[in-house]
Design a protein around this ligand. Structure first.
Ligand code: PHE
Length: 454
């Protein structure tokens, strides 16, 4: 087998995993879904889902990766001594990231485009309508978003081509703290706008009478998406984690930063949306409509200030999206290299070709291809919905069943406790086992069926 790289230590593991987890899912998808799904009730369901369902599965994926030391496609096959079913199941783990990556990099492209546009002070409009119109005109045009998507994907693939240590790790370490600080700063500003408090109550004051199965369905899908669970990314990164690493602690820290980040992004966006009198449920365009408005307010009379801060903000979004995109690309690349003995660079070219093409179609589905519908949805909406509400859950279900019921319990314990050396983890092991064997599969199955049956 080819020599596998390893992460260089505890901090690298957390930063890289958090780099995969924190991305457009937190900044773009979480606020707009919360807006569509009723605010605080959704946020409540999302936190529950993350702590009790997604986090144990996240840990289960690291276990599969680290124990098999294999790419996501083959990992379960390796651990089950080549059982046909589990070998085949791994195929999903390669397919899903390719699908997600295709439309993910379209949004990455939008962010890139907004970063460049922010540099010109004329881009900022004080009226929410105008900001909305600029956005709609942009995404429905043919060339600009397509080109931005290809550039975004191209850069991400180039990072992956440089390898795990040199490319991915370095990249994540530098940019994550910058992003954190920026989102905090924007949240503080957004909270100071007149009328902002309505947005805070909308995000954090749940009305439990509105809690429906649908809320949970979207919340779990979002939580999987945001933690990069159910698509081979964490299995792949898990395979680079050293044997002496405390994977339970790393998972908990990653989960916490991901949740925290989503909440901060919500606090940055929602108060401003309410202050501007915008519609919180206006869909995937929410941050692209609200953020330029926030900056226009911030810099009224000082156009250079809005241009500067907005450029840095979208730069940070682009990079956060890239660290996630990179982990999606890495899944396919790791598989192509080990399965077909390809060089890293050729594997990268293949992934670029496939995701690039599919992404172009997704991008065009906001404009010229808008009439093409699958189950009533445009290609973009369909891929986003089908991947996070169907495919991720399916893969997540297979992962919990595998680690909870197929792998030997003693092997799982070995991984969690590093062969008995981690005392706290030994004590927590029964809790983990219970969640993983019973709670997670039941929750995922119920919600999967709910989504699948319509
Ligand atoms: N978790 C990432 C985000 O929140 C998206 C992602 C999914 C990244 C799957 C990698 C793998 O944006």
């Amino acid at each position: 087998m080819a020599h596998r790289e390893n992460f260089s230590g505890r901090l690298s593991v957390i930063v890289t995993m958090a780099g995969s987890a924190i991305g457009l899912g937190n900044i773009w998808r979480f606020p707009y879904l919360a807006g569509e799904q009723g605010g605080a009730t959704f946020v409540f369901a999302y936190i529950l889902a993350t702590v009790f369902v997604t986090l144990p599965i996240f840990l289960a994926e690291i276990i599969i990766g680290r124990r098999s030391r294999s790419n996501a496609r083959d990992a379960m096959g390796v651990l089950s001594n080549g059982k046909r079913f589990w070998k085949n199941a791994g195929f999903l783990a390669v397919l899903i990231p390719i699908v997600i990556n295709s439309y993910y990099s379209v949004i990455g492209g939008w962010s890139l485009d907004y970063m460049v546009k922010s540099m010109s002070p004329g881009f900022f409009r004080a009226s929410p309508e105008e900001v909305g119109n600029v956005f709609s005109a942009f995404i429905s045009s043919s060339w600009e978003p397509v080109a931005a998507h290809l550039v975004f994907l191209g850069i991400s693939v180039m990072v992956v081509a440089r390898g795990v240590k040199t490319g991915i790790e370095k990249f994540s370490k530098i940019i994550l703290p910058v992003l954190f600080l920026l989102v905090i700063a924007i949240a503080v500003y957004s909270l100071s706008l007149p009328g902002a408090m309505a947005g805070v109550s909308y995000m954090f004051k749940p009305d439990f009478s509105k809690l429906s199965p649908e809320t949970f369905a979207y919340a779990l899908g979002q939580s999987f998406y945001s933690m990069s669970v159910g698509m081979g990314a964490i299995v792949t990164y898990g395979s680079y984690v050293r044997k002496d690493e405390n994977i339970m602690a790393s998972s908990a820290l990653t989960g916490m930063s991901d949740l925290l980040f989503a909440m901060l992004a919500g606090l940055a966006i929602m108060p401003a949306v309410f202050a501007a009198g915008m519609e919180p449920g206006s869909g995937p365009g929410l941050i692209f409509k609200s953020v330029p408005y926030i900056f226009a307010q911030m810099g009224s009379g000082m156009p250079l200030l809005s241009a500067g801060v907005s450029t840095i903000f979208f730069l940070a979004v682009v990079v956060a999206a890239m660290t996630s995109c990179v982990s999606l690309v890495e899944v396919g690349v790791a598989w192509l290299m080990e399965r077909f003995g390809m060089k890293r660079s050729s594997a990268c070219k293949w992934i670029f070709a496939v995701c690039g093409t599919l992404g172009v179609l997704c991008s065009l589905s906001f404009g010229p291809l808008g009439g093409f519908r699958i189950a009533g949805r445009t290609l973009f909406d369909f891929l986003d919905w089908a991947s996070s509400n169907i495919l991720l859950l399916l893969m997540g279900f297979l992962v919990v069943v595998f680690v909870g019921h197929v792998m030997k319990k003693s092997d799982v314990r070995d991984e969690i406790t590093n062969s008995g050396t981690l005392k706290v983890n030994s004590r927590l092991f029964p809790v983990f086992c219970f969640l993983l064997r019973w709670i997670c599969p039941a929750a995922v199955l119920v919600i999967f069926l709910f989504n699948f049956l319509g």
